[in-house]
Ligand binder design. Structure first.
Ligand code: CO
Length: 134
């Protein structure tokens, strides 16, 4: 069901420092910043030959990233995003298998303008999973 790794997301407490680290120290190509108020984040994509890394920074008072950074003040890996062909079929199969989908279960539009869903980390070995329909 799942396909390629679309991206790996890292929550960062300081977006300027993360851009400098990935852009200069690690010498990667970066996207411009993108504010996603519906998700409570500002994102920057690190473009790699085989995938992307998503740098996540809290946006707004209700950001889900803030509580993660409260527990991990220096930042940390936040989620991994796998591609799926049909997000509603994937969701229904997961729900039928007992996995928990976060929120109301309806896909939201993610950073690439495509539908995304998040799966409960406790159902997947402590890792938050994002599914993106491509
Ligand atoms: Co993501």
């Amino acid at each position: 069901m799942i396909g390629r790794v679309n991206h790996i997301a890292i929550a960062v407490p300081d977006l300027d420092a993360a851009e400098k680290s990935y852009g200069e120290t690690l010498g990667a190509q970066l996207s411009s910043r993108q504010a996603l108020p519906e998700h409570g984040v500002t994102v920057v994509f690190v473009k790699l030959p085989n995938t992307k890394v998503e740098l996540l920074h809290p946006l707004g008072a209700e950001s889900p990233i803030q509580s993660f950074l409260d527990k991990n003040p220096s930042g940390g890996m936040h989620h991994i995003c796998y591609e799926v062909d049909d997000i509603l079929a994937a969701r229904d199969k997961l729900l039928a298998g007992g996995a928990r989908v976060l929120g109301d279960g309806a896909p939201k539009i993610g950073a690439h303008g495509k539908p995304v869903l998040f799966l409960h980390p406790k159902d997947f070995f402590g890792t938050l999973i994002e599914l993106e329909q491509v």
